[in-house]
Design a protein around this ligand. Structure first.
Ligand code: GLN
Length: 488
């Protein structure tokens, strides 16, 4: 049962030499073999390499390795297929990258390796991280471990499902408009999107560079704090990373949230919110109050514009970022009579329908004559949205909302209707537009379906306010039973 442990439970046993890293790795590999035929979270993994990494960790432990220096020593992790690992395939679950393998490690991967982690698999995602259900993967459809007729969320659906199904101890994903928090909520994990600039994006394939951040998926809040500390920090290779010292995040988990001021945005508790989500979030707010937090209503008046602004800025940036996939630099190529025809053939065959839709939208909003009307105006409204949050944080220490309007929906339910799919991100997008940190953690289960489906609570914080979010989340988690439940 080692695959069911958290990072801190596993490393405590490894440090006491009660279990070996090989045992832990084998337990995860066995779980992948047992359940991934149904869940389909992994697009590739290499058991022989995984066990070799585990043996190296065991040798380091036998030689007296210091777990305070290497907090992930012997811990099996898997990564979203958007993060570069030297020598491994890197596809973003798109056909356009063909047989491409990464020549270098992302900064977060360097940091995970230095901390001793065993990186053993690549996880499914919506193609180029565009989607909310993982149905846009060119490779396979991942299923929600709580109900395999339902989606795991997206775009980091594989990262959430793998953790929820105990196929790995924790994972990393990326979040541009909710892609960590939304699947974490729908699969019952903890998911954290750091402040923009907290974590280096070097080696993360760009979707929308001004919104993208890498963050952890974990089984509890303590593990999220541990992973965040490992992956954070300034990086000269990412000019948008911020030179701000990295706190010892696990030390923020004091259990004491007395006097913390929480804001409930009145704009978030309306239309389309499923009754079971509303009642779980209401109960969570009461619980936080009973732990000593104070609660007040706040207003984020520009919330109505979040989805529209996001789908202008994100698609504009995506259309520029994805121009590099042209059949010349990376992966697949479909020949043509001349270079222009080769580009068109390659991109026509290589990109899926949603990616093409975004490139066309993004190119349109940046084109001359429309730039001022769409892109420039969206940037101005983005500033207003950020100001709403910063103003709210003059009154409160954190903002509490549902992570998603509904629990996990059925496979195929929204895939024919892009607008309905986009609206499932309504509560997560503002956080990326404002550049602030956001965390989702389990706060209950829906009661009116035959299967129990997890519900997520979202906590939003000030820029670089991750410690407050983690402290709040941890206090709530430790006073509730939700994190102890396993999907399988
Ligand atoms: N679901 C959103 C989108 O489709 C967010 C994706 C993400 O955060 N990568 O763009």
């Amino acid at each position: 049962m080692l695959h069911r442990l958290t990072i801190h439970e596993l490393t405590a046993r490894l440090a006491r030499r009660e279990v070996s890293a090989r045992d832990a790795m084998q337990a995860c590999l066995d779980q992948v073999a047992r359940v991934d035929g149904d869940i389909r979270a992994f697009i590739s993994h290499d058991p022989a390499d995984a066990l070799a990494q585990a043996d190296a960790a065991d040798a380091a432990i036998a030689a007296g390795a210091d777990f305070s220096q290497r907090p992930l020593l012997g811990v099996p992790l898997a990564l979203k297929d958007v993060l570069a690992v030297q020598g491994q395939p890197l596809n973003c679950c798109s056909k356009i990258l063909g047989q491409f393998r990464s020549p270098y490690d992302a900064t977060v991967v360097e940091k995970l390796k230095a901390a001793g982690a065993l990186i053993f698999g690549r996880l499914n995602m919506d193609e180029f991280a565009m989607g909310s259900s993982t149905e846009n993967s060119a490779f396979q459809t991942t299923r929600n471990p709580w109900d395999t007729a339902r989606i795991p969320g997206g775009s980091s659906g594989g990262s959430a499902a793998a953790v929820a199904a105990d196929e790995c101890i924790a994972s990393l994903g990326s979040d541009t408009g909710g892609s960590i928090r939304q699947p974490a909520a729908l699969c019952g994990c903890v998911g954290l999107k750091p402040t923009y600039g907290r974590v280096s994006r070097y080696g993360l394939v760009a979707f929308a560079s001004s919104l993208d951040q890498i963050g952890p998926f974990t089984k509890d809040v303590r593990d999220a704090a541990t992973l965040l500390e490992v992956i954070s920090g300034h990086d000269l290779r990412d000019a948008s990373s911020i030179p701000q010292p990295v706190p010892r995040y696990p030390q923020a988990l004091t259990g004491d949230i007395k006097g913390m001021r929480l804001g409930l945005p009145k704009e978030y508790m309306v239309g389309g919110l499923a009754p079971e989500v509303k009642s779980a979030v209401d109960a969570a707010v009461k619980q936080l109050e009973s732990l000593g937090a104070t609660v007040q209503e706040i207003s984020l008046p520009h919330t109505d514009y979040d989805v529209a602004v996001y789908y202008i800025i994100a698609t504009a940036e995506a259309s520029a970022n994805l121009a590099r996939f042209d059949g010349v630099r990376y992966g697949a190529r479909v020949e043509g009579a001349d270079p222009l025809e080769m580009y068109a053939n390659t991109r026509g065959a290589g990109f899926g329908a949603e990616v093409k839709r975004r490139i066309i939208l993004g190119t349109y909003v940046l084109s001359s004559g429309y730039y001022d009307a769409y892109y420039l105006r969206a940037q101005k409204v983005r500033t207003l949205i950020r100001q709403d949050y910063l103003k709210a944080f003059e009154q409160v220490d954190a903002i509490v909302t549902p992570t998603t309007p509904t629990p996990a929906f059925k496979l195929g339910e929204k895939s024919g209707d892009p607008l309905q799919m986009y609206l499932s991100d309504i509560f997560t997008i503002g956080c990326n537009l404002a550049g602030i940190p956001g965390l989702s953690l389990p706060c209950g289960f829906s009661s009116d379906s035959q299967r129990r489906l997890p519900i997520g609570l979202q906590l939003l914080g000030k820029p670089f306010g991750e410690e407050s979010l983690l402290r709040l989340a941890h206090a709530y988690e430790q006073s509730t039973p939700w994190h102890k439940e396993h999907a399988l």
